[in-house]
Design a protein. Structure first.
Ligand code: SAH
Length: 470
């Protein structure tokens, strides 16, 4: 099985630096199931192509699984694994190009961070769902996709097409993103994952999906197929993608795909429930001006902007990349002058006093406090409730007790979380902060209620006491 990656970025031979593989060399990398060979069929200034050729040894593949694997049978020895690109190719690629996949390149870091013209070819790719599914999965990531069905037999047209496609992707994409996308999407297309899934599978998906999966319109389908239809793990993955604050449409039309989701997954995603709950709190408070602190990619801001009751809206975040996403989502560049006056985005850290945070009826801290190191949390409390002093502050944060409900989740819901409070911890924190800054506080839950564990998200509304300011 073969995968080639070509760039026309000049000098094209920089591809060797990005991949940490010299264009003059042919290198072999032993895998548990065969051998991966890397070589460059062409390496010029204008165009450079790297090829990853994988020789699979079906006997070794079968042995590497052990007798406990669910399909210990002849099919383990006689199958298409040696010829068709599959999840094995995804795994070999991840191993051979591991540094490139992390986006690191000491000698060409700027290039590693940049989108460059790429062409990717996989001549024989098993594709369950046919060429359409390849378009659906790669298209939204900015690739132009050509997926030609491979005929079952050249000599017998009437036999029709095989389940394989000849895949060509062309686009201007960061190399690390391209490699991670292939790593995740090859097994998703193939849908016959060759290895057992460990408890860290969801973590691996989160790492490989960083920066592109949460916003993919088919994120739910990808998570479900990648995680081998384990409903619990898929739910864990969806919950964590939702934690990223981005769009994950968990509903896949069952008519379009036979991956019929479990009823639990067809429920409203948690982040949508969170947005609805906080939106309603703001309306109930009668807030006219609202600032979303730690607004991320601006999904909640978008909801605020579409609500005429809010006459002044601001979003602040420490991450410029998130703010760029938010600006794009809100079409800030195409806003009328009146709208542009109504909506502001700015960069700022919540642990430093900033007068731009002041003067709002309400401030939102949605899924933000748990990203702040505990020793810095007091600074945030001082900046928001002590200095900016909005009429109300709406805080949401995960309920750590609920995590046991997420099968396959080890550790916290998101790698950047510094803590996930129990209900008692959140109550103690919010009571202390309210008392210290002259606010009253009211708490409630968001999401499905478990009798003993509570709800997945906790919410607190702080309201400034009359006369508590000079
Ligand atoms: N509120 C959004 C995003 C939550 S993710 C939502 O609910 O969807 C947490 C966000 O907080 C990230 O965008 C992160 O960049 C931001 N953040 C974390 N620490 C911050 C700090 N000290 N100052 C400002 N923003 C911070």
């Amino acid at each position: 099985m073969l995968l080639t990656v070509t760039t026309t970025h000049r000098p094209a031979t920089d591809l060797g630096h990005l991949l940490h593989k010299h264009p003059d060399r042919v290198q072999a990398f032993p895998q548990s199931f065969g051998t991966a060979t890397v070589f460059y069929p062409e390496a010029g200034e204008d165009r450079c192509t790297v090829a990853l050729l994988l020789d699979v040894d079906p006997v070794r593949l079968a042995r590497s699984r052990g007798r406990k694997s669910p399909d210990f049978s002849l099919a383990q020895y006689v199958n298409d694994r040696s010829y068709a690109a599959s999840s094995l190719l995804g795994v070999a690629m991840a191993d051979v190009f591991s540094t490139a996949r992390r986006g690191r390149c000491a000698s060409r870091q700027e290039l590693a961070d940049s989108a460059i013209p790429l062409e990717i070819a996989i001549p024989v790719l098993p594709c369950r769902g046919g060429p359409d599914i390849a378009h659906r999965l790669f298209g939204p990531l900015g690739w132009s996709v050509e997926a030609a069905p491979v005929p079952l037999d050249d000599a017998h047209d009437d036999w029709g097409d095989s389940r394989y496609v000849d895949l060509r992707l062309t686009g201007v994409v960061r190399l690390a993103d391209a490699l991670n996308q292939l790593h995740v999407l090859l097994p998703v297309l193939d849908e016959s994952k060759h290895y057992w899934q460990g408890p860290d599978e969801v973590d691996k998906l989160m790492r490989s999906g960083e920066g592109w999966l949460a916003t993919h319109p088919d994120a739910a389908l990808i998570a479900r197929r990648y995680l081998g239809r384990s409903g619990g793990m898929t739910r864990a993955a969806l919950a964590r993608l939702a934690e990223l604050g981005d769009e994950v449409e968990a509903a896949v039309d069952p008519a379009e795909d036979d991956d019929v989701l479990q009823p639990a997954e067809r429920r409203v995603p948690l982040n949508t429930q969170r947005h609805e709950a906080v939106h309603q709190v703001l309306l109930d408070l009668g807030a006219r001006s609202v600032i979303d602190l730690g607004c991320g990619s601006g999904r909640f801001l978008d909801r605020l902007v579409r609500t005429p009751a809010f006459t002044r809206i601001a979003g602040a975040d420490v991450s410029t990349r998130s703010l760029q996403h938010a600006a794009r989502r809100l079409h800030l560049d195409r806003m009328s002058e009146r709208q542009a006056e109504r909506v502001q985005l700015f960069q700022g850290a919540l642990t430093y006093e900033d007068e731009r945070y002041a003067g709002f009826d309400a401030a939102v801290l949605m899924e933000v406090v748990e990203h702040v190191d505990p020793p810095r949390l007091e600074a945030l409390e001082h900046v928001v409730l002590g200095v900016a002093r909005p009429g109300a502050v709406v805080v949401t944060t995960p309920n750590g007790e609920y995590n046991v409900r997420y099968e396959g989740l080890v550790g916290m819901r998101h790698p950047d979380h510094r803590f996930e409070w129990t209900r008692a911890e959140f109550a103690a924190w919010s009571d202390r902060v309210a008392a210290a800054y002259g606010y009253t506080v009211e708490r409630r839950g968001i999401g499905e209620l478990d009798d003993t564990l509570g709800t997945p998200t906790q919410l607190a509304v702080f309201t400034r006491k009359e006369g508590s300011d000079d």
